[in-house]
Design a protein around this ligand. Structure first.
Ligand code: GDP
Length: 296
């Protein structure tokens, strides 16, 4: 189950409070110490944890909680609200351009789930009545183009490709023209990734960005890589400027550190989460629902 460890520990720390009537400052402090350990163990960014605990503690020792008839429930409510706030408060949607096509550029490291997510996203919007086109710009990874074609076939979504001899910038531009000609109102560009962030990769992505002017740059990161995912997000955002994050493989993430840190560290919202390998395993990200899921 996702976030199993974190859920158990947080619930454990907070349920201890429930056995008490009135809470003392010490009760709250002890509970916060456990919440802090739970978050650190879940691989949440250290500074994020520190700020989070400070805010929650300040709110919990306030009059409202201490004088309430059900103080423990109040503490849980505050933790829930602050977890929600940490993840961005409200759902952050992809903005559809009033002048079609809306262009989404997918970026990320190799293996993060970019190609799969490009397909999933196409499928998600197709269900909403859009006419997507997938554009294959990952010319370096062997079989990436074929993989996108297979995904497109499964979803009955067209895939534009020019093989692996043309430059990704030209492919992206030609893909956009193709979409306009064929009345595709959504273009999803699957770009190349590398094993590590390097200048060549960023330069290529910057060129595609400046040539096709995407409405949205979505960064795909693997949640299982924890704080590495957060660092990757920071680097991509600094070099390229991203509009949002898709956090993949959350179905296998028992810790949750990336989900809880990315927004606070990068100020960029998680827009979607990948919850499995199947092409419909993509969900819009709702910070409030996720907080409630964690707190059980
Ligand atoms: P790319 O190199 O970034 O294009 O990555 P791929 O799209 O090829 O994905 C790499 C691997 O991760 C594949 O085996 C995918 O099936 C898998 N994958 C992608 N998203 C998810 C997800 O949300 N959950 C799980 N369990 N696997 C995923």
């Amino acid at each position: 189950m996702i976030f199993e460890g974190l859920s158990d520990r947080l619930q454990g720390a907070l349920s201890k409070l429930k056995s008490k009537g009135k809470l003392t400052d010490k009760d709250v402090k002890d509970a916060m110490r456990e919440v802090k350990l739970a978050l650190l163990e879940a691989d949440v960014n250290f500074k994020v944890v520190k700020d989070f605990i400070k805010t929650v503690q300040e709110r919990c020792v306030g009059q409202e909680v201490m004088e309430s008839l059900t103080p423990a429930q109040h503490v849980v409510k505050i933790v829930n609200e602050e977890l929600t706030s940490l993840m961005g408060d409200v759902q952050s949607k992809i903005v559809i351009s009033p002048k079609p096509p809306t262009v989404i550029m997918m970026v990320g490291l190799q293996g993060a789930g970019k190609t799969t997510t490009s397909g999933k996203l196409g499928g998600y919007f197709k269900k909403q009545g859009k006419k997507p086109l997938l554009v294959a710009c990952d010319i370096y990874r062997p079989a990436a183009i074929k993989q996108l074609q297979v995904v497109g076939e499964k979803l009955d979504i067209p895939v534009f490709n020019m093989g692996d001899k043309e430059s990704p910038i030209n492919i992206a531009k030609a893909g956009l023209s193709h979409a306009i000609k064929n009345n595709n109102d959504l273009v999803i560009i699957d770009t190349a990734g590398r094993l590590h962030i390097d200048e060549t990769l960023m330069d290529e992505l910057k060129s595609i960005k400046s040539e096709v002017r995407p409405h949205e740059i979505l960064l795909v990161v693997d949640s299982m890589t924890g704080q590495d995912a957060v660092n990757v997000a920071e680097s991509f955002n600094e070099a390229l400027g991203v509009d949002g994050v898709v956090l993949t493989k959350l179905d296998g993430d028992t810790r949750g550190g990336a989900a809880l840190s990315i927004r606070a560290v990068t100020q960029k919202p998680i827009k979607f989460i990948g919850m499995g390998e199947k092409l419909d395993d993509l969900e819009p990200f709702h910070p409030d629902r996720m907080a409630s899921r964690i707190l059980g």
